[in-house]
Design a binder for this molecule. Structure first.
Ligand code: CP
Length: 368
């Protein structure tokens, strides 16, 4: 059984198979109308969502399957204090596959550890949002015809924007990709993304505050919302919320074949006049999300022509490679902060330099 918690949980070849299937579905959806008949998808959403939850549900219905689930923690037994572990054990008795969104980082990893069915991370705090990434890859591939040799501008809240973290992870596997990261100083991409993903793979990147200067260089502009719900201070959010507003005037600086993507929802960062520009592709991107999720569901259920390798991509490491309950994860957004019964597990990634990371939220510690 395979889960999907991080875009890298699928190899490059496996990702390509899912993307190819999504493209086949886009061209001939009727062919797949009964492909998951008799199967049930559970959508477990502890945090608000429009696109992810409803596109998952649309995807399963389009495949002839059925859905069940809850749209917020308030209407589930989480409101009575039920843990993620117990919830997923129970859901495993009711459904064949589950998609879970949670405000805490690492919640999907906890669920995967206890799940009896394939578990899809539908967003865990500011950490990862791999099915948005699959959606982005389907969209970019269909617009540009390739995933390699692209200059991608990432603009806005690069600190809390989980979609950006997942997209960098995924796109870094293709040759000739370059990133221009456009953000205010306070919302820069986290250092660990640079140190763990970009630098080891020699991926060229620039960090800038200047959207206008970046625009002429881009193949893709990926706009993001400033993530109000992840700020400790409302005052700080108010200060930063309108840092970048893409309008028709700025679009004049962009190449004719540069496409604008946005995971949505948008707040104020793209004016509505840009929607009329043929390069604005964020609503098409939302449509691609249904094809991407249909392809993923079929693949994880073993119903696609291409079978996944039989390997467990998420598991607790061997005892010699982990530290248990010696200290607590200091990330205030980690799932362990609200589920005190969980062991505090750290995976040792570099024994010589005493570097380890939280098994769940992946926060890195260097022995201090
Ligand atoms: N893109 C995205 O995750 O949107 P929702 O929050 O509406 O699911």
């Amino acid at each position: 059984m395979r889960h999907y918690l991080n875009p890298l949980d699928l190899s490059v070849d496996e990702t390509y198979s899912v993307l190819r299937l999504a493209e086949e579905i886009r061209k001939d959806p009727a062919k797949y109308a009964h492909a998951a008949e008799g199967k049930k998808l559970a959508t477990l959403f502890y945090e608000p969502s429009t696109r992810t939850r409803l596109s998952f549900e649309a995807a399963m219905l389009n495949l002839g399957g059925r859905t069940l689930g809850f749209p917020s923690a308030n209407v589930s037994s989480a409101a009575k204090g039920e843990s993620v572990e117990d919830t997923i054990r129970v859901i495993s008795c009711y459904a064949d596959i589950a998609a879970m969104r949670h405000p805490k980082e690492g919640a999907a990893a906890v669920a995967a550890e206890y799940s009896g069915i394939p578990l899809i991370n539908a967003g865990d705090g500011g950490h990862q949002h791999p099915t948005q990434t699959l959606t982005d890859l389907v969209t970019i591939l269909s617009l540009k015809g390739r995933l390699h040799d692209l200059t991608i501008g990432l603009c806005g809240d690069l600190k809390f924007g989980r979609t950006v973290h997942s997209l960098i992870n995924a796109m870094s596997r293709y040759t000739g990709v370059r990133f221009i990261m456009i953000s205010p100083e306070a919302l820069k991409i986290p250092t660990y993304v640079i140190q763990d993903v970009l630098e080891p793979r020699n991926i060229p990147y620039e960090e800038t505050t200047d959207l206008e200067a970046a625009l002429p260089q881009l193949d893709i502009l990926y706009m993001t919302r400033v993530q109000r719900e992840r700020f400790a201070s409302e005052e700080e959010y108010q200060r930063l919320k309108d840092s970048y507003i893409l309008d028709a005037e700025k679009m004049k600086l962009a190449p004719e074949d540069m496409y604008v993507l946005h995971p949505l929802p948008r707040v104020n960062e793209i004016t509505m006049e840009v929607d009329k520009d043929p390069r604005a592709k964020y609503f098409y991107q939302a449509q691609c999300g249904v094809y991407a999720r249909m392809a993923l569901i079929l693949t994880l259920l073993g119903l696609a022509d291409t079978k996944l390798e039989d390997r467990e991509v998420w598991k607790r490491p061997a005892a010699s490679q982990r530290i248990v309950n010696r200290f607590a994860c200091r990330n205030p957004h980690c799932i362990t902060t609200i589920e005190p019964q969980l062991d505090q597990v750290f995976v040792v990634t570099d024994p010589e330099r005493q570097i380890c990371r939280c098994l769940y939220c992946e926060t890195k510690y260097d022995g201090n």
